[in-house]
Design a binder for this molecule. Structure first.
Ligand code: COA
Length: 216
């Protein structure tokens, strides 16, 4: 499910402060981490989480991004761990060339196929089970569509794509390699080119798999 978006004034009005118990928050953290690991290998065990932390190409970054996000919401003593966790994340950011800030709203099951050149604006919203390839930029734009993108669930973003501005990328859509996406993308279609246009109605089905983790 796509989280609420800062460009949408209605989402602010309807936002209700809900106190989450620390134990529930920790459970949610592990569910999200296990969904992320399931997207990579089809396994969601803690053993697989450990294995991916040791040998995964991009998972260590995703894990520490989730950890920072989780710790930033904590109100107890565990919040003290936020600073060291941010330092670890920063180290992975430089090592892997991934700048996906922990403040970005990212749904469970994010799939980063390869490290390198991934840059995402902290205010962007990314739905569940999205695939982000290397050299992808998801950022702000100025002018007619000033703001940052809101990306739906199960979206595939091909290598080198730039997705910019206050646009909505529909659920199940695919963005071709090296596309420049500056306008809304309907759900379930493929767009490509610069500027991107709809090129087919195949969408992301062939690209986004292992979404049946049930850990949202
Ligand atoms: C967009 C993509 C997913 C294909 O989607 P699709 O829905 O199957 O589209 P098709 O291949 O049927 O192509 C439809 C049209 O769009 C064009 N097109 C496809 N991808 C394009 C791209 N990235 N840029 C410009 N045009 C593109 C095709 O040439 C075709 O044009 P035509 O109808 O004039 O022949 C694929 O082209 C792509 O970009 N894949 C990324 C592959 C990659 O980078 N792999 C490495 C992973 S590490």
């Amino acid at each position: 499910m796509v989280p609420s978006h800062p460009n949408d004034p209605a989402s602010k009005e309807s936002r209700v402060e809900v106190k989450v118990k620390p134990r529930d928050a920790t459970r949610k953290f592990w569910r999200v981490v296990r969904a992320d690991v399931y997207r990579l290998s089809g396994r969601s065990t803690y053993r697989e989480v450990f294995r991916q932390l040791m040998v995964g190409e991009t998972f260590p970054y995703v894990f520490w991004m989730r950890a920072c996000s989780h710790l930033s919401r904590s109100t107890g003593p565990s919040r003290l761990l936020l600073l060291p966790a941010r330092l670890v994340l920063r180290r992975f950011r430089y090592r892997m060339g991934i700048n996906l800030p922990w403040q970005t709203s990212v749904g469970p099951g994010i799939f980063l196929g390869h490290a390198g050149g991934i840059v995402v604006n902290a205010g962007a919203v990314i739905g569940s089970n999205c695939n982000i390839s290397h050299n992808v930029t998801i950022g702000s734009n100025k002018g007619r569509r000033a703001g940052v993108p809101q990306i739906g669930d199960n979206v595939y973003i091909g290598p080198g794509a730039v997705v910019a501005g206050a646009i909505t990328v529909g659920t199940g859509s695919a963005i071709g390699a090296n596309s420049v996406v500056l306008d809304d993308v309907p759900a379930g279609v493929t767009v490509a080119g610069a500027p991107a246009r709809v090129v087919s109605t195949k969408g992301a089905i062939a690209w986004v798999n292992l979404t049946d983790h049930g850990l949202d």
